[in-house]
Design a protein around this ligand. Sequence first.
Ligand code: SAM
Length: 260
Amino acid sequence: MVKLAGFRLGLESDEGYYTRGENTETYEEKRYGSQGGKYIDRRNKEWVREFFEEHGFEWEDDRPLEDKEVLVSAGGTGRIARYLEGAGADVTCLDLSREMLSEGRGKGEGTISYVQGDARDLPFEDDAFDYVVSMRSAHVIQEGLKDYMEEMGRVSEEGALMDTFSTPSLRSIYNPLLTMDSTLYSDTEVESLVEDSDVVDIDSKNEEFVLPYAAFLISGNISVLDTLVEPLASLNRMLESRDLTDRFSSVTVWELDPVD
Ligand SMILES: C[S@@+](CC[C@H](N)C(=O)[O-])C[C@H]1O[C@@H](n2cnc3c(N)ncnc32)[C@H](O)[C@@H]1O
């Protein structure tokens, strides 16, 4: 067994990964605690902020999402939910894992509603929320990504945001070694899932992280590499801006529109 960046590397898969205490208690620290993890967290939140700015919200305003109802689907321990709570939204954080939700309770301002449920069959009425956000979670959906996307469209009145982990990418090389059942989707596969959908449309997509998350997370275990995070981030930005390389991005960020 090899240890890298806080992840156990092995060839067997692990469906219960997000329900076991040893993983849920350390989830945020392992994924977002290192310099590299903080960079990933910052980028994820920038994508969320940019999505809301495109929908007309000024992030410089105090609590720009005041009175907006936002669902964070497969929201885990509430990392993104707390970010949106800080922006003034009324936030619901849904996740399949009670253990992940329990870790989230008690953090933040205390206004988030935590709901246990399946993101592919949301326990909410049509248009129950203004917006739905799902970050870093579609990759754990091995079956039913179409339902996952359609549910985001069904319960949102204005729009939804999600990301997928993509193939082909540098992540394709090491992904089979990870034990948390990460599924990589090609952009074409995602697009074809909902091309005839009468519930949700793809509005736009952005290609991110040509250098995959592992390149940044390695600094979590090897602190001497912390200093590499900023140069790697610059290299990554340069690669993302070139057509030839950005097609190998490891993350695609999708903006979805509900179909009326
Ligand atoms: C990598 S974690 C991401 C958590 C959070 N979105 C974040 O960015 O920190 C993936 C989460 O998806 C949840 N999950 C997996 N399958 C799900 C499903 N069908 N419905 C809802 N949540 C699910 C897991 O329990 C886990 O909390």
